[in-house]
Design a protein around this ligand. Structure first.
Ligand SMILES: NC(=O)c1ccc[n+]([C@@H]2O[C@H](COP(=O)([O-])OP(=O)(O)OC[C@H]3O[C@@H](n4cnc5c(N)ncnc54)[C@H](OP(=O)(O)O)[C@@H]3O)[C@@H](O)[C@H]2O)c1
Length: 320
C-alpha cells in the first residue's frame, strides 16, 4: 500500500463541513494542515476537524514542507492567485469550482503546473459521482440527442455571503450555473459553438438569476437556469427515442435516474471522497486526474462568453 498523500487546506470556509465530512476517512489521503488569514480561526478549524497543524497565514501553509496537495477553497476571485502561489511553492492543487471565468487564467495555471511537473484539478466533484457516470453510459438508450436541460438554484438570503460579492467574483452563474455548464458540456460530449445568456443582476451587483442557451455543432441545443431565488437541481437529456433525467445531479445524493419514466438505480456516493481519492491516486502515480486543462478551459470559455452575451444582449460565437 502507498503512503497516504498529505493534504493542506487553504481557507476555513463552510464548504469544509461537507468536503471533510467523509473525505477525512479517505484511505489515500491525510489532512495534515490548514491555513487561514487568522491564527485563531486556523486553530479553531484544526480542533473542529481534527487537523494536526494550524497556520495563521496562507503563506504559512504553502511553506509547510509536509504538505503535498493544497485544497484551495477560497472565494472565486482568489482561486487563480493562490493556485499560482501554491504551484510556485511546489504543491499539487485541487481548486474549488469554478477555477476562473477567465480562460487565460486556466492556460497560465496549467502551463505552470506542467512546467513544474505538478497536478492541478478543478473541483467539480459531481463529475466523480456514479450518477454522472451512469448518465453518460445511458445516453445511447435515448437515441440521437436533441436537447439538454439543466437547473441548479437555491435560496440565498444572507446579504454578506461571498456569492453576492462582485469584488470576489460571486454571482449565480459562477456559483451554481457553472454546474449546469459542466453538465450540458458533458452530456453533449462537445464544446458549444455559440451561447446566449440572460441575467438578472441583484442589488449587490452580481447576477442572482442566470439563464443560458448553448448551441452545439449539428444543431443540438442546451438550456439551463440557475439562481439564488428557488430550489431546483436537475440534468435532463431529450433524445429521438426517449429521455433521461437525473434529479439532484450535483451532490452525489441521487439514488436513481429516470429513463423514459423507468427508475434506474444508482448507488449514492460522497463526491468529495471520490475527488480526493482520484487526485491522491494521481499524485502517487497510480491514476490520472479525472478533470484537467481541457475541461477547465472549456468551462471558463463558456462562462466568459455567457457573461459577455448577457452584458451585450446578443449571442456570442465560440467558433474558432
Ligand atoms: N464543490 C462544492 O460542493 C462547493 C460547495 C460550496 C462552495 N464551493 C466553493 O468553495 C469556495 C468557498 O466557498 P465557501 O462556501 O466555503 O465560502 P465561505 O464559507 O465564505 O469561506 C471562504 C473562506 O475563504 C477565506 N477568505 C479569504 N479571503 C476572503 C474574503 N475576502 N472574504 C471572505 N472569505 C475570504 C476565508 O477563510 P479564512 O478567513 O480562514 O482565511 C473564508 O472562510 C467557493 O469557490 C465556492 O464556489 C464549492
Amino acid at each position: 500500500m502507498t503512503d497516504p498523500v498529505r493534504w493542506g487546506i487553504l481557507g476555513t470556509g463552510g464548504i469544509n463541513d461537507r468536503f471533510l465530512a467523509n473525505a477525512r476517512d479517505a484511505t489515500s489521503a491525510r489532512f495534515v494542515a490548514v491555513g487561514s488569514r487568522s491564527a485563531d480561526r486556523a486553530r479553531a478549524f484544526a480542533a473542529r476537524h481534527d487537523v494536526p497543524r494550524a497556520h495563521g497565514s496562507y503563506d504559512g501553509l504553502l511553506d509547510d514542507p509536509d504538505v503535498e496537495v493544497v485544497y484551495i477553497c477560497l472565494p472565486n476571485g482568489l482561486h487563480h492567485e493562490w493556485t499560482m502561489r501554491a504551484l510556485d511553492a511546489g504543491k499539487h492543487v485541487l481548486c474549488e469550482k469554478p477555477y476562473s471565468r477567465h480562460p487565460a487564467d486556466v492556460i497560465e495555471a496549467f502551463d505552470a503546473a506542467e512546467r513544474a511537473g505538478l497536478l492541478l484539478m478543478e473541483g467539480f466533484m459531481w463529475r466523480h459521482t456514479p450518477g454522472a457516470r451512469r448518465f453518460v453510459e445511458l445516453l445511447p438508450e435515448i437515441g440521437e440527442l436533441r436537447h439538454v436541460r439543466a437547473t441548479f438554484s437555491f435560496v440565498l438570503d444572507d446579504p454578506s455571503d461571498i456569492r453576492l460579492r462582485a469584488d470576489l467574483e460571486g454571482g449565480s452563474l459562477m456559483d451554481v450555473g457553472c454546474y449546469c455548464v459542466s453538465g450540458t458540456r458533458l452530456t453533449a460530449g462537445d464544446e458549444p459553438v455559440a451561447v446566449f445568456g440572460e441575467q438578472l443582476v441583484g442589488p449587490s451587483g452580481v447576477d442572482v438569476r442566470f439563464t443560458g442557451v448553448l448551441r452545439f455543432a449539428g444543431g443540438l441545443t442546451a438550456t439551463f437556469a440557475s439562481g439564488f431565488e428557488s430550489d431546483h437541481a436537475t440534468l435532463e437529456a431529450i433524445g429521438s427515442r426517449g429521455s433521461l433525467l437525473l434529479r439532484d445531479p450535483w451532490t452525489g445524493r441521487a439514488r436513481s435516474l429516470v429513463l423514459d419514466g423507468r427508475e434506474v438505480a444508482i448507488s449514492p456516493a460522497d463526491p468529495y471522497v471520490l475527488e480526493v481519492e482520484n487526485l491522491s491516486a494521481a499524485v502517487r502515480g497510480t491514476g490520472r486526474p479525472l478533470l484537467g486543462r481541457e475541461d477547465a478551459f472549456g468551462q471558463a470559455r463558456v462562462i466568459a462568453a455567457l457573461y459577455e452575451s448577457a452584458a451585450s444582449g446578443v449571442p456570442v460565437s465560440l467558433e474558432p
